[in-house]
Design a protein around this ligand. Structure first.
Ligand code: SF4
Length: 487
């Protein structure tokens, strides 16, 4: 499909809107004042004259044409008038007519819709004003406004008591026993790089010690710790013990309010590993079935069974973690609405403190990708609606929400929580309100100064081999953290 821009350069935003309707499409971009293509196209025009600004889009899709126009008088089209937004709205309306699809998040294409609600709340806007803006500016459905607003309300007490000198520590363990078909993370399967793991851990311990010294020097207070990946419990009990010990020696853990270890794949979980992580201070653990349907698990390449999930959950309960999270994915290939509903019902019966409902996102780097068009027909919307209804009726509250590129039906991932068990780390990272210092391959440190409204990132090397090889260079880069706090 050809995207033609005339008098404007809103390429990123308008292509984002097009993707809401036709996600698995390749776009060609042209800057021209005329339409000269036999292909389907989107033509966007911004024409400024002394008296008015004319904004319009013309779309041709599958042989049908739709045109949407807005003319602004000079006094309307002043500097505060967001012409990019208006063109996005026009395009949204044109494509809705042509495709008969009405994406529920409207023209919100970014990954953090709740951030907009939080920004409106900080500006002192009332609930009515927020709904008006979300629905009329961003063309968001009432249903998505509800979930975004509800999420912001759950977050409010957490955000209100945030200490600006606090930070979270993210520890990256980018290894998994095998690779799931929908995964595009940098995680490496153990089958491929088992030899690298001891060297990786040794370097990771060095980075932890270095980071501990750095934050002591800067006078930062550790608030939460998060072991993610990959699947941290791919490591042995001894390796986990060693890492957690180094963390304890390197940081002051007395003010830590939450310590999460993603156990993720039930096929990596043993009693010994969970016992060790609990003894070392872990307060929250994630055990992710993704589905409670063995056939679906096999289709997506998860090498574990539903029974292994139940066994792992039972072990975690016996050991006594204060909070257990379970992740599921709506829209998995071969899953059905009925089977997904059963998964949700059975998980609610288990009564986890957190339940995270993801929607499948089709990643180019994953084995399961757009080449298999059948995955796009999955009724993820119905699944997510069911989960939302059931969880709300069981006193779960949405506490964080984010979207990824290429999610089925432009839906979202929602973290649900029982009251008082909201994962602080997930709120911080999603709302970008606290510094997260990352250690390990693939880690990305996010430096946040809310008062000064500054946000900077420092990246570690992505792959474990690069991380080990260029370790010294990467440690030098961490000097950016000092500079950030010195300013
Ligand atoms: S467990 Fe997670 S990180 Fe590991 S391969 Fe599967 S989806 Fe990817």
């Amino acid at each position: 499909m050809t995207l033609i821009f005339s008098g404007n350069d809103y390429k990123y935003e308008l292509e984002g809107v097009m993707k809401l309707f036709i996600p698995a499409t390749l776009f060609t971009h042209i800057y021209d004042d005329k339409i000269d293509t036999d292909d389907d196209f989107m033509f966007s025009r911004k024409k400024e004259t002394k008296k008015y600004t004319l904004l319009y889009v013309i779309c041709r899709y599958k042989g049908k044409i739709c045109r949407q126009v807005k003319k602004l008088d000079k006094n309307e089209a002043d500097e505060n008038c967001d012409k990019e937004l208006i063109l996005s709205q026009l395009l949204f309306r044109a494509m809705s007519r042509l495709t008969k699809i009405i994406p529920k998040w409207g023209i919100i294409t970014g990954i953090r819709p709740v951030k907009r609600v939080n920004a409106f709340l900080n500006e002192g806007k009332s609930i009515d004003e927020i709904y008006y803006l979300m629905q009329n500016r961003f063309l968001c459905s009432k249903e998505k406004c509800d979930i975004a607003y509800e999420t912001a309300m759950t977050q409010k007490p957490v955000l209100d008591r945030l200490d600006p000198r606090s930070f979270s520590l993210y520890v990256s363990i980018p290894f998994c026993p095998t690779r799931c078909s929908y995964c595009s993370f940098v995680s490496q399967s153990v089958e491929k790089c088992i030899k690298l793991i001891p060297t990786y851990i040794q370097k990771l311990c060095e980075e932890i010690k270095y980071t501990g010294k750095l934050v002591r020097h800067l006078g930062l207070k550790l608030d939460t710790v998060y072991f993610g990946g990959g699947t941290p419990t791919t490591l042995s009990a001894e390796q986990l013990d060693m890492l957690m010990n180094i963390i304890e020696k390197s940081f002051d853990l007395s003010g830590v309010t939450e310590y999460t270890v993603e156990a993720g794949r039930p096929d990596t979980i043993t009693y010994d590993k969970l016992k060790i992580v609990k003894q070392n201070g872990c307060t929250r653990i994630s055990i992710n079935p993704q589905t409670l349907n063995d056939e679906v698990l096999s289709v997506i390449g998860r090498k574990h069974s539903v029974k292994q999930f139940y066994d792992s959950f039972e072990i975690a309960r016996k050991i006594g973690f204060p909070a257990i999270n379970t992740d599921v994915i709506a829209g998995l290939p071969s899953d059905t609405v009925e089977s997904f509903q059963k998964t949700i019902d059975k998980l609610i019966d288990l009564s986890p403190e957190n339940l995270t409902v993801h929607t499948l996102s089709i990643k180019r780097a994953a084995r399961l990708n757009h080449e298999d068009k059948s995955v796009l027909d999955n009724p993820a919307d119905k699944m997510v609606d069911y989960a939302t209804g059931r969880l709300l009726s069981c006193d779960f509250k949405p506490y964080y929400l984010y979207r990824q590129k290429n999610m089925l039906e432009n839906l979202e991932n929602i973290g649900w929580s029982k009251k008082g068990f909201e994962s602080l780390y997930n709120i911080y990272i999603m709302e970008e309100v606290q510094t997260i210092i990352a250690v390990g391959a693939g880690g990305s440190t996010k430096l946040v100064d809310i008062e000064g409204q500054r946000l900077e990132r420092v990246f570690n090397y992505k792959f474990p081999l690069e991380y080990v090889k260029h370790f010294d260079l990467m440690i030098q880069r961490k000097g950016e953290i000092k500079k950030f706090y010195a300013e």
